[in-house]
Design a protein around this ligand. Sequence first.
Ligand SMILES: Nc1ncnc2c1ncn2[C@@H]1O[C@H](COP(=O)(O)OP(=O)(O)OP(=O)(O)O)[C@@H](O)[C@H]1O
Length: 914
Amino acid sequence: MSSVSSTPASKITRPALFTPKRPLSSLSNTSAPQTLLPSTHKRYKAPVTVESRPRNYVGRPKPTLATVPGTPVKEGTDGGPRTPGTPRSKSRQGAESPTLMPAMSEMDVSNVDPEEVLVDSQTVEAGDISGELDEALLKTIQVDHGKRDKVMVSIRIRPTDKQSAWKSTPGSNSIQLNPAHARNPNLMSATTSTNSATPTTFHFDSILTGTPNKPIYTTVARSHVHAAMEGFNAVIFAYGQTASGKTYTLSGDEDEPGIIPRAMRDVFGYIKRTADREYLLRCSYLEIYNETIHDLLAPPGSGNQVQIQGGNGSEIILSPLREEVVTSLKGVNEVLKRGERHRRTACTDWNDRSSRSHSVFRLVVESRERGCGPVDETELRAPSRSGRATPGPGATGSRLQAREGKSVQTSILSLIDLAGSEKATSDKDRTREGKYINTSLLTLGTVIGTLSENAAKNKSDHVPYRNSKLTRMLQPSLAGNARISVICTINPDPAAVAESTSTLSFAKRVKGVKLNAQKKEILDTDALIERYRKEIEDLKRRLAEKEAVSDAPARMRRLSAQEKQDESKAMKELNDRIQQLTKLILTSNTIEEGGSESRPASPVKVDFDMSPYQLQQELLSARLQLETQARQILSLEAALEQPPVDDGNDKIIAEQSEKIRELEIVTRGTREDGGDIGEFAETLKNLRAEVEREVRATVEREWAAKVEEEKRRREEGQKWAEEVVKELEKEKKNRIKLEDERRALAAFVSKFDSLGLGLTLPSSSPSRRTSSIIPPMPSPRGAAAAFAERKHLRSLRSRKNQLQDEDDRLIPFPTGDSMQTVDSNTSMSTATTAVSLDTEFDLRLSLGEDSPFKLEVCGGKMLPSLLEEEWGTMLEAETGDVSFEGEVRVGSPTKTIRVSKGLPLVRNKENLPA
Ligand SMILES: Nc1ncnc2c1ncn2[C@@H]1O[C@H](COP(=O)(O)OP(=O)(O)OP(=O)(O)O)[C@@H](O)[C@H]1O
């Protein structure tokens, strides 16, 4: 038996080889044996497009667009029907139709207040959800595959009017190759079976057959759509050989809507049932054609190429990508139709309308608890022509804001219709496209294989995501942060066994990929500040406790040096954390008047799926938040009653904050010049981290220097104390030694005298005393006598010096003869300042027989009262001029005399000691 590829292209009569025939509804039972049906394929074959449709209509007539099978095109709506209910306001005109929309870039669209386009249980209308809920069927689905940590893999076998090469055992979820076909040598090379003699068997989460799409949606997609509504990223994609039914499964037709329209209906059903939340829904539609990403919603004439930018792997940025806010199912359908009209399809040898690209429909779901902020309910329910407003492209950039401490959940639901793998066709262009398709599918297979092997063997081998646009775009999801459901479609025709087996092998590998999807929640500034404030309070309390404990001396004595060090380290860490949080709260203090400079107020995650325009909007709202935050901080500080810490670190922090601010300005400059927003956010993050490191390092350096200085001082003090002790010891020893010597000498002298060996007394005669020729002769007790004499001489000299001192002090004499007469009028003023006219004074003189002084009164009279008493009538004092004559001998060493004029006193040189 020959396979399709073995037939020369020229000889192909081009029947739609694997196209099933309608009606196929009888095949809806997944466990029912396959029934062959008459061919009805022409019913849903679309008009054939001969080549890939060019997108640029500018300057030439608009081509007749092929419609996706089953896509309803209403009369008079050619070129894009207006979504019913779309308001005709100027700002939303662009939503009406791509052909009516003015050529404008994404940056031109004005922003729409997200609060006005929220969807909740009250805004969803019956028409949005009718026909989707089949509760009876839902009850039969027990397993929620969307919550597993593995990819959910299902197989859909397309109906065929020929004999099926595959059979599935009811309830076993396994698929087996008919043994007759297993012997096909073409198959043997492709099969993954270890035993080629037996039919290949594969096990998956579900094996689905038949035409109806409803059970397919319920089984393979519903749980994932719900996961997206709950805040998890979710990806559903169809993989399989060309014409195996991927587009039919995802898009379906008018009679049998596929997963995408059903998912959108289910989204509104979910919102209707979830009364406590409100939602902001945005959708985008793109395709990857020949390794280039095109925005299917971009207005004609504007550039529609999308780049994958920045991102660190866990997040990617698709830019510029148009996102449109939708508030009703009609709005979504309008967007879908518009996107599908722009998809590239073409007739191939196997499929009249083959997808020539991978298409990705994304729904960004943002939600928060209801009751946040003053939403005007009456406005939301105000009847328009459709009952609601469906803003168009003007809504690009709208983001739901977290409010009143409540978080916003953000998730993305991606519904992907991959192009089918195919062999070379008879058409050159199709072959070229096929090469791109096959290469990217091959890369997807390699990536899946590596991920699966890494998970199985606990390895972390390099995953070549960047080898194709498809895998690069799917990187965050494939890396684990999404719930993934894969529908592998196979053609049961015996001629396609090799391709089907290859598809099943891929499906088997996908099952090995591990997932760990996380909810993404964004907190508002209030909640963050409140969280920081609580943490600061808690830290301060812990710090106070530690300080109280460390102050207890008894305890400290018991702690080892290491424990003390640990304790102070822990305290320092607490302090650092407080500083860090305080700094985070105080960030908005640096916002300048008018808010011209802004920076992230809090570590709110940046969404890397945002376009530059959206980021600009984000920055704008962040700026407003920061201003609010600045006011909140003031009241927060007052509430904390915390005086600002002034330990020098504040200065460093202020300097570093200033530095950040400057760098932000510089970075913004770069951004406005066309720089990369991702890099901008990354740079800011790095700078912040760098500054924190720097502050920490500076503080540590300062403390280390202080500790070193203290250590050095202590060491010096200790050395000094040791030296003093040593000196004292030495002094003490010396004293003891001297004392011993003195005692020994005294004993010796005493002994010497007692033996009669003392020296003879020296002669008092000057000649003998000064003689150095005659040595002193020893005599009994001579030594003691010699000591006594020397002692006497010392006392005499000392007395002489004393007298000399008194002499100099009391009465300085003029030089002159031994007996000098002094004119009292002059001498008194010059001889002594102690005596003056009419002045009483005490004259203390030690004038004995041997006194070196004598008192001579000349030319005057002493007052009789005094003189009589002391010296009798020896002198007669006259009042008036004082003039004494004659010699007065003073009988008492101390006399008090009263003079009227002067008292000359002269030195008696004769009595002065030698
Ligand atoms: N389960 C099904 N029941 C009825 N018709 C089906 C089913 N699956 C596919 N078809 C029909 O088979 C034809 C090819 O299907 P479809 O275009 O979905 O294949 P495909 O895998 O998307 O192909 P390609 O990769 O070339 O785009 C279509 O006419 C479609 O209506």
